[in-house]
Write a protein that binds this ligand. Structure first.
Ligand SMILES: [Zn+2]
Length: 320
């Protein structure tokens, strides 16, 4: 099994979505008149195919693991469940790539859908599949991690299923990371490995907690506001605007705009990639608790998040 190893070990930290560096703010979004452009027509077709039942099936399968803590022996079988589902969607190129950090190791799952044009930016759709409970170091307690983050993985897998028969000019990678809860270890290793072999800028769409809507039912579109590299901010905000417009065009979700923070886009941002995220926003009382179960999710909301992700990919893959 090939290993991705960052140049230096990453510190043990515990990313916390409850403390954004700046608040998200509501934006007025307006559904556009239907336009007969290739990206819009593709997006309209893709969003029709999203299945809430398919999303629920993935969330339930991943949450059925007693825990998906990165230090648990169950992290391997959880990775294999994701491999199996991507292979069943018709993808021949699905691999587990290991990383090692601070005496620990686990796998990322990477599924590559080749594009028809080599000079288009590669799009990475990603979500972490590891989970935790209140005590971040407890690798044996029940940690179903339904919202955090079986929801994001389910959306990635559903996007993969819907996109399988569709030819896109951009290559798309569907990636599930481990080691997120310890400090973005899996994504740091993968971003380092990608950029060790080239300077290409990737388009990274990260989904972390997208299954339990806040009281106002909104989605927070996360954009790069500064961080390690300033030169990629404008492109991130443009891609975020595409996602916000997709929410207006294809769903009734109110849209908040917020910053990227505390999830797997950060290592890519530090390598100059163009990164955005979708997030339900703060407020899930089950966050990092044993009570984060599949019954607490809203699968129609998760389907809508999947729709705006697909519509964003359609635009990014056909117009960049
Ligand atoms: Zn998370």
């Amino acid at each position: 099994m090939p290993y991705d190893t960052p140049l230096e070990d990453q510190p043990l930290t515990h990313p916390d979505k409850r403390h954004p560096p700046s608040p998200a703010t509501r934006v007025a979004t307006k559904k556009r008149e239907e336009r007969r452009t290739p990206p819009d027509e593709l997006a309209a077709a893709l969003v029709e195919s999203v299945s809430a039942d398919s999303l629920r099936s993935t969330v339930e399968a991943l949450s059925a693991f007693h825990t998906r803590h990165t230090f648990s022996p169950l992290i391997g079988p959880a990775a294999e469940e994701i491999v199996t589902r991507l292979a069943a969607a018709g993808y021949p190129d699905v691999v587990r790539r290991g990383w090692a950090n601070g005496g620990h190791s686990a796998d990322n799952v990477i599924c590559t859908k080749p594009g028809t044009s080599a000079d288009k930016p590669v799009i990475i759709l990603c979500a972490h599949y590891d989970s935790r409970m209140e005590d971040a170091n407890n690798a044996t307690a029940r940690a179903p991690g339904a919202d955090d983050n079986a929801s994001g993985v389910a959306a990635i897998l559903e996007a993969a299923r819907v996109l399988a028969p569709v030819a896109l000019s951009s290559t798309v990678q569907f990636v599930a990371f481990s080691g997120e809860e310890q400090g973005l270890w899996g994504s740091a290793a993968y971003a380092a490995a990608l950029h060790a072999t080239g300077t290409e800028a990737y388009r990274v769409l990260n989904l972390d907690m997208v299954g339990r809507p806040p009281a106002d039912g909104s989605v927070t579109v996360e954009r790069d506001l500064g961080n390690a590299v300033p030169g990629n901010d404008a492109a991130s905000q443009a891609l975020g605007a595409v996602m916000a417009q997709a929410a207006a065009d294809h769903t009734a979700l109110p849209v908040m705009l917020g910053p990227i923070y505390a999830s797997d886009y950060m290592p890519f941002e530090a390598h100059s990639d163009v990164t955005i995220g979708a997030y339900e926003g703060e407020g899930n009382p089950h966050y990092h608790r044993t009570s984060d179960t599949p019954a607490t999710l809203d699968y129609d909301y998760l389907a809508d998040i999947t729709r705006i992700t697909l519509a964003t990919v359609a635009v990014a893959a056909l117009t960049d």
